[in-house]
Design a protein around this ligand. Structure first.
Ligand SMILES: NC(=O)c1ccc[n+]([C@@H]2O[C@H](COP(=O)([O-])OP(=O)(O)OC[C@H]3O[C@@H](n4cnc5c(N)ncnc54)[C@H](O)[C@@H]3O)[C@@H](O)[C@H]2O)c1
Ligand SMILES: [Zn+2]
Ligand SMILES: [Zn+2]
Length: 371
């Protein structure tokens, strides 16, 4: 079939929205009509050429929500008409990691996905016979996509697509960091560094876990205001002195749980230093630049602080994303304030500009303005 898609032709250049060819889903694959898709930093990071593992041409986008149009052979868990969220982090349910509750890092299709191919090592997207690679196994800056069944989470058909798509990446990452990775205990004190999509999700996750005190740290007063509406009880300005402020606020001890959601290694260090001696757990969700390292004084660890990393919030996508979407529908997570701009596919580059200008939390592309 023919469809419109935003193609990254060359690093550092705007995406080009154009008609491309999409082949039918093969065995274990599903054709999805996209309805909404968030614009994320990872898309921009790859488009800019800064990601050393990036490739072009490719159709970017990975925060999608849409409707199943058709399924290939051997697809049992999804049918046409089902509403789905795309998962860059799939869940096969069978690999050594999927059967272990300690991790969500499914091994099933990693290798091919990282190279831009579907699990059988080929691509469904093409142009005049030349393959165009899939991005993060998703390629959702397009009217349609073909994805593995194991990379689609079936959600409540009543869920608004614009809200659901944010659970495909940043929001679930933040929520999951607090709910799964840290498993924040009720009554505890938490500090979240960064109030973007991930950090705000972590603030909401800490609130849902019953944290008593949630301190959010950011450089932007507007974002700190948003953090308050998600449950932050205190906000402080980031930068030098932030750790001292946190120690002052916690009788000199630091927080039971800290979260880093900026991608800045200096802030990661602050997040470790702001964790309490004895049992403080620092969860790192931000993605650092290639080659950067985290500098930690080992004494901080000997005296009981721990550091954990969290990919996609430890969320096992097919099992847990539907439940998170459900919690938002029940009013437990207020998603609407995260959507700052609604764009058409043709305006996708505007989404990147807004993100670079830190204008709003998330731009959401809507493929069907009537919905
Ligand atoms: N682990 C994962 O699976 C996963 C998934 C999605 C995103 N991420 C990463 O999470 C990070 C955050 O993503 P996002 O979409 O929320 O980004 P974002 O840019 O919207 O938010 C980052 C926030 O950090 C704040 N900040 C910058 N410097 C600071 C400082 N010194 N002190 C306090 N705050 C500071 C910024 O003002 C901004 O509000 C990125 O590194 C992103 O790549 C990780
Ligand atoms: Zn993302
Ligand atoms: Zn698996």
């Amino acid at each position: 079939m023919r469809m419109r898609a935003a193609v990254l032709e060359e690093f550092g250049k705007p995406l080009e929205v154009q008609e491309v060819e999409l082949a039918e889903p093969r065995a274990g694959e599903v054709l999805v009509r996209l309805v909404a898709c968030g614009v994320c930093h990872t898309d921009l990071y790859t488009a800019s050429g800064a990601d050393p593992s990036g490739y072009a041409p490719t159709v970017l986008g990975h925060e999608g929500a849409g409707v199943v149009e058709s399924v290939g052979a051997d697809v049992a868990s999804l049918s046409p008409g089902d509403h789905v969220v795309t998962l860059f982090s799939p869940q096969c349910g069978e690999c050594v990691h999927c059967v272990d509750p300690r991790t969500n890092l499914c091994m099933a299709i990693r290798e091919q996905q990282n190279k831009g191919f579907l699990p059988d090592g080929t691509t469904r997207i093409s142009r005049e016979g030349d393959g165009i690679r899939h991005f993060m196994g998703c390629s959702t800056f397009a009217e349609y996509t073909v994805m593995p069944e194991i990379a689609l989470a079936k959600i409540d058909p009543e869920a608004p697509f614009e809200h659901a798509c944010l659970f495909a990446c940043g929001l679930s990452t933040g929520l999951g960091a607090a709910i799964n990775t840290a498993a924040v205990a009720p009554g505890s004190t938490c500090v979240v560094f960064g109030a973007g999509m991930v950090g705000l999700g972590a603030v909401a996750g800490c609130r849902l876990q019953g944290a008593e005190r949630i301190v959010c740290v950011d450089l932007s007063a507007d974002r700190l205001e948003l953090a308050r509406s998600q449950g932050a009880t205190d906000t402080i300005e980031g930068g030098e002195g932030a750790v001292e402020r946190i120690l002052e606020m916690t009788d000199g001890f630091g927080a039971d749980y800290t979260f880093e959601a900026t991608g800045n290694v200096a802030v990661m260090r602050q997040a470790v230093e702001a964790a309490r001696m004895g049992w403080g757990l620092c969860t790192v969700a931000g993605v650092a630049g290639k080659g950067e390292t985290l500098d930690v004084v080992p004494r901080l660890l000997i005296t009981g602080r721990r550091v954990a990393g969290s990919s996609f919030g430890g969320v096992k996508g097919r099992d847990q994303v539907p439940g998170l979407v459900q919690r938002s529908m029940a009013g437990e997570i207020d998603v609407e304030p995260f959507i700052s701009h609604r764009l058409s596919l043709d305006e996708v580059n505007r989404g990147f500009e807004l993100m670079e200008a830190q204008n709003g939390i998330r731009s959401v592309i809507r493929f069907d303005a009537a919905l």
